[in-house]
Design a protein around this ligand. Structure first.
Ligand code: A2R
Length: 334
């Protein structure tokens, strides 16, 4: 894609006043980053995107790509000097709850120290960008039934190391916004899913198994964990649209829940996925997938996000499920 800029005065380019926005997506090679790039390319024609990835990763899209490890401050400073961002989406993370138990130090180093490295580098800039830190609904942790749907001011009682690191990122972001006047907003994003999601997440896991069964790679038995929990699912393409709106309209120092506002039983999701297959498939509980479910229902209150941005989820759960299954079927055939 070629960006053609019409009638721009040379003086304004030299002063860095080009129309549009310089946009930095940090940690963009992952699940959400790929969808965010697609959404921006389609819907924000005047955003000039630089996307960062780890050296071993690939981003094959029409954006500038740079390697960046957020645990190395000098790399962040060089990138900020080069790109002069107006907007920064901070997606980079060690995002696996399971790995956070196995390697807490790594998780803390990427999710907390990495975020501080970024914010400290931003603090030194002359021109302050707007920054969106991506957090997680996991931050609320052990939610009481009386607290459903969960508002942003709810207590956070994180139940795993990953969640602890995201609570820290959120607190540091808020403190930096207050103390240094930085334009930092944070999300608490609930379960999001869609095409291209890794199979350690429940919808993707079910879809991958069905695709493998249909392709004859797995016996016609789907292995599942606890089906009784209710969780709040949003299509990742709705989520990245919310992120762009928050970048444009969010208030510095504030945290916004991003979710559908509606909890669905995992059992219901399984039955909707099974209906999409012509195969006769048996459901079997796999002890390895069972996690103690001490939080039966997690549902976000999304009124703050709606009031701030006008955002509403647009993609139905049925569409998300169907398109994720189709994505895994294509992957299974290739
Ligand atoms: O772990 P890798 O090699 O797949 O790379 C991940 C990258 N990342 C880093 N980037 C810069 N410096 C680091 N030290 C570093 N360590 C990891 O962040 C990956 O490409 C990206 C995160 O993408 P995913 O793991 O696919 O997460 P997803 O689902 O895109 O979630 C985006 C954000 C994360 O902050 C999550 O914690 C939150 O939304 O739910």
């Amino acid at each position: 894609m070629i960006n053609v800029i019409k009638s721009v005065k040379i003086g304004s380019i030299l002063e860095g006043n080009m129309p549009g926005k310089n946009v930095l997506l940090i940690g963009a090679a992952g699940f959400v980053g790929n969808h965010l790039i697609d959404y921006i390319l389609k819907n924000r024609g005047d955003w000039r995107v630089t996307a960062t990835k780890m050296p071993a990763e690939k981003i094959e899209k029409q954006v500038a790509v740079r390697d960046l490890d957020i645990t190395i401050p000098a790399q962040i400073e060089a990138l900020l000097a080069e790109t002069k961002p107006d907007y920064i989406f901070h997606l980079a993370a060690q995002s696996s709850v399971a790995l956070s138990w196995k390697n807490p130090k790594l998780t803390i180093s990427i999710n907390i120290i990495g975020a501080v490295n970024l914010l400290d580098s931003i603090r030194k800039l002359e021109k302050q960008p707007r920054v969106l830190l991506i957090g997680s609904g996991e931050e609320y942790g052990h939610v009481k039934e009386s607290e459903i749907p969960i508002i942003e001011d709810n207590n956070t009682r994180p139940g795993n190391i990953y969640a602890v690191t995201k609570v820290c990122q959120n607190m540091i972001g808020r403190l930096y916004a207050e103390a240094y006047g930085l334009q930092i907003m944070s999300t608490r994003s609930f379960n999001h899913t869609g095409p291209n999601q890794a199979p350690q997440f429940v919808v993707a896991d079910f879809c991958r198994q069905i695709a493998d069964i249909e392709a004859g790679r797995q016996e016609p038995v789907i292995r599942v964990g606890n089906l009784s929990a209710k969780r709040d699912f949003t299509d990742v393409r709705d989520v990245v649209r919310a992120y762009c709106l928050l970048m444009e309209k969010g208030q510095a120092g504030e945290t916004y829940n991003v979710g559908s506002g509606y909890a669905v039983k995992i059992e219901e999701i399984l039955s909707r996925i099974l209906k999409l297959s012509k195969k006769h498939i048996t459901v079997q509980t796999d002890a390895a997938k069972l996690r103690p479910v001490d939080v039966p229902v997690i549902e976000a209150d999304i009124s703050k996000l709606k009031a701030c941005t006008g955002w509403e989820p647009e993609i139905s759960l049925d569409t998300t499920i169907a398109e994720t299954l189709e994505w895994y079927r294509r992957k299974s055939r290739s």
